[in-house]
Design a binder for this molecule. Structure first.
Ligand code: NOJ
Length: 571
């Protein structure tokens, strides 16, 4: 298939995104909290890596109940991150380097400290009253961060709705005046040169009828409310399309079958979404904050299902880590003898699938989970509330900690490890959260100095992707889908045929003749033949995708039901 037949080459399809968690990236003023000046100091580092787009987690004024995902003023910079002048400086410095900036918009809810909510809760006559959702009596729906989804408002005696914490009241998208305010906020940032937005929990903005009983997983329940697509189409027509903004919507609860409704190009809604299918792969179905075992075959099936669902219809986003997940090496890879090989293998996976890749800060140097030892070391509201609930339920602290360390969001939020000096060179003060003690050996300075480091592998892998349209736009065909250890696939575009072979295990694996005649484009070991632990290879092959049938790795027929293709219609 030719490129003209597949997708238009929008700039954000060939781009590589880097996600920054500003609180933990680099602290320039020594107060222990990362800041905008700190980010500006490190832009050349991102350019060296080969990044095109930086997504900044929220930097707006916030009481930080949920670290900035509770916004008190959508047009103001939080003082701990700097000033609007610092923001403008950062935007200019990025522009000078050809880096595009994507801001995080938290529009499902505001902070309870936002002036809209302060006014709305004070009186039923407030002009902002209808910006939020009120009922005389609550129903029994649960909140994502624990407890019920309704909180009583003392001044007016009724109840307001919140899918997350009580300090994060949900905005009422039914109200056109509220929607106009939100679009104005988008215009404000676009005028400052922002190239696009990541839209927080955008799948939740339209609420289910309040008489519906809450069943199943909480994300599935709150997602895909009856008007979500009306709202997104309106936002697209009002702001996104006229201003040419890129969007990626965070979309918990959206299945591959429903994804085209959000991102099919002809629908005029969003450019990409982040799905949660692999984010939840090591969690119980009923409770996202409870760990469960995962299998490579499930990861393969999920990533393949998403490629199939969007192929030729919309564009995918690819991520293996973010600020809400433990470190990818600790979840999927190896933190011992094969740590470096595993880090390079997952770089290869992320950068050879179809879609726009999002690298989470620190993954490019192979950061891993932190050995938190007590409740006092955690900072996240999920840990605090989880422990409060566990204690109330009579659970033992050690038992709670043994579970929580496997799911904690704080692993992703420890300071970026710049060098071997105190706190990993993140701050000259006391960091707001402890650094992972492993910064003494895993840090940016060491990685830059070692040509074989994980960082330089990411850099080479990004450069290869940019030089190889088949890696961006090519068709994806899985090989030997049932293999429990090896993740293998081909990417094809025109007469270019690339084979990616990944041994996602700590054992050597015989792959017979697979790839024997290929030319290695990149790999994390030298040589061919039997795969070593966590070995990754990308090979250029002669021939056609359909020829990839060998006794060791035979191309599996894909069962349509298994791939979710049976529900693909409806766009
Ligand atoms: C998703 C964000 O990524 C997460 O960090 C936040 O806690 C929730 N949305 C609520 O805004």
């Amino acid at each position: 298939m030719h490129i003209e037949d597949t997708q238009a080459r929008a700039w954000w399809k060939q781009a590589v995104v880097y996600q920054i968690y500003p609180r933990s990236f680099r602290d320039a003023d020594g107060d222990g909290v990362g800041d905008l000046r700190g980010i500006a100091e490190k832009l050349d580092y991102l350019v060296e890596l080969g990044i095109d787009i930086v997504w900044l987690c929220p930097v707006y004024a916030s009481p930080n109940v949920d670290n900035g995902y509770d916004v008190a003023d959508y047009r103001a910079i939080a003082p701990e991150f700097g000033t609007m002048a610092d923001f403008d400086h950062l935007a200019r410095e990025m522009d000078a380097r050809g880096l595009k900036l994507v801001m995080d918009l938290v529009f499902n809810h505001s902070s309870d400290q936002h002036e809209w909510f302060r006014s709305a809760r004070a009186s039923k006559d407030s002009p902002y009253r209808d910006y939020y959702i009120w009922r005389d009596e609550p129903n029994d729906w649960r909140a994502v961060f624990g407890g019920g989804a309704w909180t009583r408002n003392e001044p007016t005696g009724d109840w307001y709705f919140h899918i997350f914490a009580p300090e994060q009241p949900d905005l009422n998208w039914e109200n056109p005046a509220l929607r106009r305010e939100l679009y104005d906020i988008m215009r404000f940032w676009a005028e400052k040169g922002v190239a696009g937005f990541r839209l927080d929990v955008i799948s939740f903005i339209s609420k289910q009828p309040f008489d519906r009983p809450q069943t199943g997983g909480i994300f599935d329940f709150y997602a895909n409310g009856p008007k979500v697509h009306d709202y997104l189409r309106e936002m697209h027509a009002e702001v996104l399309e006229p201003l040419g903004l890129m969007t990626v919507g965070e979309a918990p609860g959206v299945s591959a079958a429903d994804a085209p409704l959000y991102v099919a190009e002809e629908r005029g809604e969003l450019d990409m979404i982040f799905h949660f299918d692999h984010a939840g792969i090591d969690r119980t179905p009923e409770d996202f904050w409870r760990p469960a075992p995962w299998k490579l075959s499930d990861l393969k099936e999920i990533l393949t299902r998403w490629d199939r669902a969007l192929a030729g219809r919309g564009w995918n986003s690819l991520y293996l880590g973010n600020h809400d997940l433990p470190r990818l090496l600790s979840r999927f890879g190896d933190t011992g003898a094969h740590r470096e090989a595993a880090a390079k293998l997952f770089a290869t996976l992320l950068l050879t699938l179809r879609g726009t890749p999002y690298i989470y800060q620190g993954d490019e140097i192979g950061m891993i989970n932190t050995p938190f030892e007590s409740i006092a070391e955690y900072r996240d509201i999920v840990a605090m509330n989880g422990w409060a609930d566990a204690r109330a339920g009579g659970r033992d602290e050690n038992e709670f900690l043994a579970d929580h360390i496997l799911v904690s969001r704080d692993h992703a939020r420890t300071p970026m490890q710049w060098d071997a000096s105190s706190h990993g060179g993140f701050t000259s003060g006391e960091p707001w959260i402890r650094a992972n003690p492993d910064f003494v050996s895993t840090n940016v300075a060491a990685a830059l100095a070692d040509p074989e480091s994980v960082f330089h592998f990411y850099r080479r892998m990004i450069a290869l992707r940019k030089a190889t349209p088949a890696l961006v736009h090519g068709d994806y065909v899985p090989i030997d889908a049932g293999n429990p250890d090896v993740f293998a696939y081909v990417r094809t575009l025109g007469d270019v045929l690339l084979l990616v072979v990944l041994n996602v295990s700590g054992m050597a694996v015989d792959i017979g003749d697979l790839g024997r005649d290929g030319t290695t484009m990149i790999g994390n070991y030298d040589g061919r033949g039997t795969l070593r632990p966590f070995e990754a290879r990308v090979l250029r092959m002669a021939g056609e995708a359909g020829e990839f049938a060998s006794p060791a790795c035979s191309m599996n027929e894909v069962d349509p039901a298994y791939m979710g293709l049976d529900r693909q219609g409806g766009a």
